[in-house]
Design a protein around this ligand. Structure first.
Ligand code: ZN
Ligand code: ZN
Length: 157
């Protein structure tokens, strides 16, 4: 993600249309395989604020009767992250989580309950500009800016 696209107008989360995703993939010169499409569909169908791990995606595809190995899922997720279609989230130490992204996405951040693991999303332009400033200062090109806050939610406290 370049600095220019980080400040793009708000992207409406969860409004990704499979055709849009397909076009993006084709633009990148990648053949859209059935499996990549299925993985994108699973993430597209996830509720807003619902973050899925590779294992969650694997289970959902098995439930749909798809025969797909978990190693294929890992490979595909990494490819989709490299293409900028997915955002990889470090929400827990044990596993990575994924959510849809695209060049128009405004980076959002996560508030995590350390008791029940519930995740709330929030946006704050100040955090992103802090990340941008620091990246510039150190000669980095900004790819993503994630700010994660851990606490105990209302239900758990
Ligand atoms: Zn999120
Ligand atoms: Zn909680």
């Amino acid at each position: 993600m370049s600095l220019a696209t980080m400040s793009s107008p708000h992207f409406v989360y969860g409004s990704h249309h499979p055709e849009v995703l397909k076009t993006l993939l084709n633009q990148e010169g990648f053949r859209i395989t059935q499996q990549r499409h299925k993985i994108l569909e699973v993430l597209n169908a996830a509720a807003e604020g619902d973050h899925l791990s590779a294992e969650d995606i694997h289970q959902k595809l098995l439930d749909q009767g798809e025969k797909i190995g978990v190693s294929t899922i890992y490979r595909t997720l990494h490819l989709l992250v490299d293409l900028g279609l997915l955002r990889e989230l470090a929400l827990s130490e044990e596993r990575k989580f994924y959510e849809l992204s695209n060049p128009m996405t405004v980076a959002h951040h996560h508030l995590i309950c350390s008791q029940c693991g519930s995740v709330k999303e929030f946006e704050d332009a100040a955090i992103v500009s802090l990340g941008q400033d620091e990246a510039l200062r150190q000669g980095f090109s900004l790819l993503d800016c994630q700010f994660t806050v851990y606490g105990v939610c209302e239900q758990c406290s």
